[in-house]
Write a protein that binds this ligand. Structure first.
Ligand SMILES: Cc1cc2nc3c(=O)[nH]c(=O)nc-3n(C[C@H](O)[C@H](O)[C@H](O)COP(=O)(O)O)c2cc1C
Length: 191
């Protein structure tokens, strides 16, 4: 059921690093994103796959994790992502990619989820450093990175109470809690 996949599809930041994801599997998830809506149907998004230990380490060093968790600097060695998909905009196709990147990222993450994997969109990227690592030509701009792997953490959804607090938190048992606004807060009834 779609609802199961949507609920299961959390932002995971700790993984079983030894559980590899093949380039073929990653390509399949990207292939699924070809069916996404695209502004003007321009389809300007391009992707670089990283799934080798050397490349993964280089990509990892350019990412920032879970800004609200001040005492956590990101996944330790052994629990780091097994792969990354770096999402790019091809400037020769479109200078404005509108919301294509969000739709595509969700599609890739849901595809991963369906196959028993998970991931996290990371927009806090040292783009200058990553551009150099990937040796990108000038017409390809880094939009965001999708970190992927076999999740090794429990994430629990909480309903946001009446207070406007929306920061996620981690309890001593290492469970990650993510508050979500209730439906009644989302639908605006204008009479
Ligand atoms: C556009 C976007 C950028 C994000 N950037 C980061 C990031 O740089 N680092 C990170 O750890 N998480 C990042 N996240 C993950 C969010 O923190 C996460 O979606 C949010 O806490 C809600 O958790 P959930 O995805 O499990 O519902 C990003 C999510 C989105 C949609």
């Amino acid at each position: 059921m779609l609802i199961d996949l949507l609920q299961q599809n959390r932002s995971f930041r700790r993984f079983v690093q030894s559980e590899k994801i093949s380039r073929e599997t990653l390509s399949k998830w990207i292939d699924n994103s070809r069916y996404c809506a695209s502004a003007r149907n321009a389809q300007p998004l391009k992707y670089v796959i990283a799934c080798s230990p050397e490349k993964n380490e280089a990509v990892f060093d350019t990412l920032s994790w879970a800004g609200y968790l001040k005492n956590w600097q990101g996944p330790e060695e052994g629990e780091r992502p097994a792969a990354y998909i770096v999402m790019l905009n091809d400037e020769t196709i479109a200078s404005n990619f509108h919301c294509d990147h969000g739709i595509a990222a969700q599609t890739i993450l849901l595809s991963a989820c369906e196959d028993g994997f998970g991931g996290c969109i990371v927009a806090a990227v040292d783009r200058k450093a990553l551009r150099q690592i990937l040796n990108l030509p000038v017409h390809l701009d880094i939009i965001q990175v999708i970190a992927l792997g076999k999740p090794n953490e429990t994430v629990v959804l909480e309903e946001i109470p009446q207070t406007p607090e929306f920061k996620y938190w981690r309890t001593d048992d290492q469970v990650h809690h993510v508050p979500k606004r209730p439906l009644t807060d989302l639908i605006v009834d204008i009479v």
